[in-house]
Design a protein around this ligand. Structure first.
Ligand code: UDP
Length: 477
C-alpha cells in the first residue's frame, strides 16, 4: 500500500447518475493509465445498484480489481449521501438534488479531510464533475489542484457559463414558446431561444434544484484549474476557442471510447443488461431502429402509447429500451395491454442493454433518442443517424447540434413533447428508407470519421489529453 501513492494522487467523486458515471469511470482509467494514482468514490447506493445489476451478492466487490491487475493504481471506496439505499432518487429528484447541492458538501469535506489526514494517502488533485456545487471550495480548503469534467457539449457549457448575459438580454428566464435569436454569447454565432437549455425557460423556474445547480456549478467551475470537455474540437471549434479566453479548456472526447483501457472490466450499468445480439443477427443490415430515452427521463403513459403504436404502424424493426420507472406517475405497468403480442418478432422490448454494443451492431439503422449527450455521441461514434426527441436539460440544445449543425439527424416533432402515432410512424418510415435517409447516413459517417480520428495518436482529443497531463504535472510539482 505504501507503494501505491508515490505517484501523484487524485480523488474522484462521481455524480450518481448513469450519464455521468460512464464518462467519469473512463476518465479515471485514462488518468490512471498515464502514471497517476486514483481514489475513485461512488455513492453507496450506486455501489449497491451496480452489485445488484451484475448479480453479485457481495456488496464489498471492488469494481476496479481487474483494472488493478492490469497495472493501474485505482483504489475504490464509497460515500453515503445520507438517504436510505431504497430511496428513489430519480422520482424525488427535486428534493434529492437540492439536498446534494446544499447538504452533501459537508460530507465531502469530512470525507476528503479524512483521506488527506491519513498518511499515506497524500492527495494532489481533485477531479470532479462540473455539476457538483463544491469542487472549488473543497480544492481551495485542502490546497488541491482542481480539475473539472464537463460531460455535455461545449455549447451547453457556454450557455451555463454566460447565464448573466442571457439574463441581461431578457432570456433568463425565457418565455417558453418564443423563437428569438441569441447572438450575443461569445463562441455562439446564433442560437434560437427554443434551443436553449431547459433550465432558463420560464416554465422550469419552479425546478429550484436544477436552476440552482446551474448557478452553483458554474460559479464553482470559474475557479477550476483545468476544464475537460467530453467533446471534439473539430465539432465545436468556435465555441471552445471562445472559452479558452477565460480558462484552460481541453476537448478530450469522446471519453466513453478512450482506447487501450480495461474499461470493459469495470461494472458501469445501474440496470442488468439484456443481450440483444441474437435477435439483431436475425435482422438485415441497417433495418433496426434503436429507441431509448436514457437513464433519467420520466414521461407520461400517453407518450409511451403514441411511440408504441407509431413504431408498430411504421412496420420498421425496433429495439426499445423501456426502463423500469420511466412513467412519471410511478405506475409500474408501462406498456399498453397486449402490445407485445401485437409486435411479435418486429420488435424487442427490453429494460436495459449495453447501448454501445447495440449501436455498433450492423443491423442498427437509426436511433430514436432523447439526445442525452452520451447517447448522442455514442450514436455518432457508430455512424448511426438519429431521430431527435429531446425532453429537458441539455437535450434541446444537443438536438440543435445534431439536426441543424451536423445534419446527422432529424427532429421527431417541433420542440414539443406531445406526439402523435401517425406522425411518429411517418417520420420513422421516411427516416429509415426515404429519400433523405441516404444523406443522413453520409453525414453521420462524416461525423463518425471526425470522432474516430480525434482519439488517434495524432488526433485532436489525444493531443489535448497529452497537453492536459503535461500541464497538470507542471501544476502539481
Ligand atoms: N445506456 C445503456 N443502456 C441503455 C440505455 C442507456 O448503457 O439501455 C447508457 C448509454 O450508453 C449512455 C447512458 O446510459 O452512456 C445515458 O446517458 P445519456 O447522457 O445519453 O442520457 P441520460 O441518461 O443522462 O439522460
Amino acid at each position: 500500500m505504501a507503494e501505491i501513492h508515490r505517484k501523484p494522487h487524485a480523488i474522484m467523486i462521481s455524480v450518481p447518475y448513469q450519464g455521468h458515471i460512464n464518462p467519469f469511470l473512463n476518465l479515471a482509467l485514462k488518468i490512471a493509465s498515464n502514471g497517476f494514482s486514483i481514489t475513485f468514490v461512488h455513492f453507496e447506493f450506486v455501489h449497491h445498484r451496480l452489485s445488484k445489476a451484475h448479480h453479485c451478492n457481495k456488496t464489498h466487490v471492488d469494481i476496479f480489481s481487474q483494472a488493478r491487475e492490469s497495472g493501474l493504481e485505482i483504489r475504490y471506496t464509497t460515500i453515503s449521501d445520507g438517504f436510505p439505499l431504497e430511496y428513489d432518487r430519480n422520482a424525488n429528484f427535486e428534493e434529492y438534488w437540492g439536498w446534494i447541492l446544499r447538504e452533501f458538501p459537508a460530507r465531502v469535506d469530512e470525507f476528503v479531510g479524512k483521506i488527506i489526514q491519513s498518511d499515506p494517502y497524500l492527495v494532489h488533485f481533485l477531479v470532479a464533475d462540473t455539476v457538483f456545487s463544491w469542487p472549488a471550495t473543497i480544492a481551495e480548503k485542502y490546497n488541491l489542484v482542481n480539475v473539472s469534467l464537463w460531460t455535455q457539449p461545449a455549447l451547453v457549457f457556454t450557455l451555463g457559463y454566460h447565464l448573466d448575459l442571457l439574463r441581461e438580454n431578457g432570456h433568463f428566464p425565457c418565455k417558453d414558446n418564443i423563437d428569438e435569436e441569441v447572438n450575443y454569447v461569445p463562441g455562439i454565432k446564433s442560437i434560437s431561444t427554443r434551443d436553449l437549455i431547459s433550465v432558463v425557460k420560464e416554465s422550469e423556474q419552479g425546478q429550484y434544484s436544477m436552476v440552482e445547480s446551474v448557478h452553483m456549478g458554474f460559479d464553482q467551475v470559474k475557479k477550476a484549474d483545468f476544464i475537460l470537455h467530453n467533446t471534439v474540437y473539430e465539432l465545436e471549434a468556435e465555441t471552445l476557442s471562445a472559452l479558452n479566453k477565460y480558462q484552460p479548456n481541453y476537448a478530450i472526447g469522446p471519453v466513453n471510447f478512450f482506447k487501450n483501457l480495461p474499461s470493459y472490466t469495470v461494472s458501469k450499468s445501474l440496470w442488468s443488461e439484456s443481450d440483444c445480439t441474437q435477435w439483431l443477427e436475425s435482422k438485415p443490415p441497417s433495418s433496426v431502429l434503436y429507441v431509448s430515452f436514457g437513464s433519467f427521463v420520466l414521461t407520461s403513459r400517453q407518450v409511451i402509447e403514441e411511440i408504441a403504436y407509431g413504431l408498430l404502424l411504421s412496420e420498421v424493426n425496433f429495439i426499445w429500451v423501456v426502463r423500469e420507472g420511466i412513467l412519471s406517475s410511478g405506475d409500474t405497468n408501462i406498456m399498453p395491454d397486449g402490445y407485445e403480442d401485437e409486435v411479435k418478432d418486429k420488435g424487442l422490448i427490453i429494460p436495459w442493454c449495453n447501448q454501445i454494443r447495440v449501436l455498433s451492431n450492423p443491423a442498427i439503422g437509426g436511433f430514436l433518442t432523447h439526445n442525452g449527450w452520451n447517447s448522442t455521441i455514442e450514436s455518432m461514434w457508430c455512424g448511426v443517424p438519429m431521430i431527435c426527441y429531446p425532453f429537458l436539460y441539455d437535450q434541446p440544445t444537443n438536438r440543435k447540434l445534431v439536426v441543424d449543425d451536423w445534419k446527422c439527424g432529424i427532429s421527431l416533432c417541433d420542440g414539443t413533447i406531445s406526439v402523435d402515432r401517425k406522425e411518429v410512424a411517418e417520420k420513422i418510415k421516411s427516416f429509415m428508407s426515404g429519400a433523405a435517409s441516404k444523406s443522413l447516413r453520409q453525414e453521420a459517417n462524416k461525423v463518425k470519421t471526425i470522432l474516430h480520428h480525434a482519439l488517434e495518436v495524432d488526433g485532436s482529443s489525444q493531443g489535448y489529453f497529452d497537453r492536459f497531463i503535461k500541464d497538470l504535472k507542471e501544476k502539481i510539482h
